[in-house]
Design a protein around this ligand. Sequence first.
Ligand SMILES: NC(=O)c1ccc[n+]([C@@H]2O[C@H](COP(=O)([O-])OP(=O)(O)OC[C@H]3O[C@@H](n4cnc5c(N)ncnc54)[C@H](OP(=O)(O)O)[C@@H]3O)[C@@H](O)[C@H]2O)c1
Length: 158
Amino acid sequence: MTLAAIVAHDPNLVIGKDGELPWHYSEDLKYFKKITTGHPIIMGRVVFEEINEKPLPGRENVVLSRSRDYDHVPTFSSIDKALDHVEGEEIAFVIGGAEIYKQLLPQVDKLFVTEIHKSHDGDTYFPEYRDQISSVWKEIKRDRHPEFSFVVYERVKK
Ligand SMILES: NC(=O)c1ccc[n+]([C@@H]2O[C@H](COP(=O)([O-])OP(=O)(O)OC[C@H]3O[C@@H](n4cnc5c(N)ncnc54)[C@H](OP(=O)(O)O)[C@@H]3O)[C@@H](O)[C@H]2O)c1
C-alpha cells in the first residue's frame, strides 16, 4: 500500500488558524476531491469536527481519536490500528491535521502539496520537510497557478 499525505501550506508552512483553513481556494478543494476520491482518508478528530462529523463522500473516512468513538465512521485510538485497517488498499491518504501529519509523515511515501503563494496568519503548521527535498523527497510534478502550485513528491529514502 502507498501511504500518501495531502496538504495545503503557505510559505511558512501554516496550515490552519482557529481550527479552520486560513484561506478558501475552490480550485484546491476540487483538487483534493479529485485526488482522494475512491480511497481511504485518515484524519484527526479535530479535522473530523471541522467537517461537522459528516464523512466526506466517496471515500472511507477513518478517524483517529482517544476521546471519541464514532458509530458512523471507523475510529481508532492509535496510528497502528488505523494503518492496519487500511492495509491492503492501493493507496490511503493522510489528510491532517497538524498532529496527525507530524506523527505519520515519517511513514508517508508520497506527498501531495498545494503551495499557497501568499503568507497567511496561522497557529497550526505542517512539519518542516523542505530541508529534506533532494535527500528524502523527489519532486515528480509541479503545476503552477497564479495563487498556488500543485506539487507532488515521492520519498526516495526512508
Ligand atoms: N491546510 C491543510 O491542508 C490542512 C489539512 C488538515 C487540517 N488543517 C488544519 O489543521 C488544524 C487541525 O489540526 P490539529 O493538529 O489541531 O488536529 P488534528 O490533527 O486534526 O486532530 C488532533 C486529534 O487527533 C487525535 N489524535 C492525535 N494523535 C492520535 C493518535 N496517535 N491516536 C489516536 N488519536 C490521535 C486526538 O483526538 P482526541 O483529543 O479525541 O483524543 C487529537 O486531539 C485545523 O486548523 C485545520 O484547518 C489544515
